[in-house]
Design a protein around this ligand. Structure first.
Ligand code: NDP
Length: 315
């Protein structure tokens, strides 16, 4: 367990970093930066003893923020719209400012994405050495911004001597923020809209619950090196998107309609060898985790699962 550290987290108002921030705050001094456009989320973070600091990555420098953090988790992302220049510039420059400001830290963790890999067959298990590519029909600017930022992170890890891990996150899901792909697609089902799928086969992913993300963060920090460690960060199980949404339909009774399309939310499945060696196994199975996420986002629509509730209390 990590204790007594001074930790800086970006993106804690979103899905991925919120549980990690709240968990780490139990035994460490945690600061979170962001725009805090939702005051309620900021209040809840403060209720957990977390200090908040306004930082808009698009415009602000970091003057005035303490620079003696021991650990940094950088999860904030400017997804942007269709402006490649803006997405690359905002994310790369903000990350450069952050790493430079926190150059004395013991470890820096950058949350990247599985979307940086070039497409292969749907059932391919991607390793960290697989070819990179930045083509996304769904959100064209996103993987370009993430890969550009990975470059900035690699450079600064070396020039600053800042031990760093780049963790390429798979499909994350959980009780906070937008809930992740399963919750987003369920909202689509509720609105009566079909889910776009490839013309053949289905996409596979390695979904990971935010409880497991929170457990892995200290171990990913422990693996930080110069040059940066790169690791695929997903769950233990590989799940087809069609299978995932069919399971949600069975749980909720909401019908799911699939429509073949050229424009899908392409996801990939990971070879988890390196992640297991660094961070260990996950504890939340995708079926229990998805059920719990649905309960959080759509209260009353899914029955509680006694086993899952028991394991959650043991956290
Ligand atoms: P969310 O969309 O839920 O949250 C985005 C976060 O970024 C918010 O906390 C937001 O804070 C912050 N942010 C956005 N723009 C700015 C800005 N201009 N200045 C400061 N902060 C900003 O993201 P997720 O939690 O889903 O994702 C977190 C990270 O994980 C990202 O880096 C993403 O690329 C990566 N990732 C996520 C996956 C997923 O399945 N969700 C999969 C793969 C990678 P605020 O609004 O308070 O400023």
């Amino acid at each position: 367990m990590l204790a007594g550290k001074k930790i800086l987290i970006t993106g804690a108002t979103g899905l991925v970093a919120r549980t990690a921030a709240e968990t780490l705050a139990e035994h460490n001094e945690v600061w979170c930066t962001g725009r805090f456009s939702d005051p309620e989320t900021e209040r809840r973070l403060k209720d957990r003893g977390i200090r908040t600091w306004r930082w808009d990555m698009a415009v602000d420098e970091l003057g005035g923020l303490p620079d003696d953090f021991t650990h940094v988790l950088h999860a904030a992302v400017e997804r942007g719209g269709s402006d490649f220049e803006e997405v690359v510039a905002v994310n790369s420059v903000a990350t450069g400012r952050l790493m430079t400001h926190c150059r004395r830290a013991e470890a820096f963790l950058y949350v990247s994405t599985s979307a940086v890999y070039a497409p292969k067959a749907p059932d391919h298990r991607y390793t960290e050495g697989d070819p990179l590519g930045t083509v996304s029909a769904w959100l064209p600017t996103y993987p370009v911004g993430k890969l550009a930022t990975e470059g900035a992170v690699r450079a600064l890890a070396v020039t600053l001597g800042l031990p760093t891990t780049i963790a390429r996150l798979n499909v994350a899901y959980g009780p906070h923020g937008h809930g992740g792909l399963p919750v987003i697609l369920h909202r689509q089902m509720l609105a009566g809209n079909p889910i776009a799928v490839p013309h053949e086969e289905q996409h596979y992913c390695s979904p990971i619950h935010t409880d497991d993300i929170a457990r892995h963060v200290p171990r990913l920090w422990a693996a930080a090196r110069t040059p940066a460690t790169v690791v695929n960060w997903g769950g233990d199980e590989v799940v087809g998107v069609r299978d995932l949404m069919t399971y949600i339909s069975e749980l909720t009774g909401v019908p799911v309609d699939f429509v073949p399309s050229d424009v899908t939310r392409a996801v990939v499945a990971f070879d988890d060898t390196r992640r297991r060696s660094i961070a260990g196994a996950c504890t939340t199975s995708w079926r229990d985790g998805v059920r719990q996420a649905l309960q959080a986002h759509f209260p009353g629509t899914v029955e509680a699962h006694p086993d899952r509730e028991a394991s959650h209390r043991d956290l």
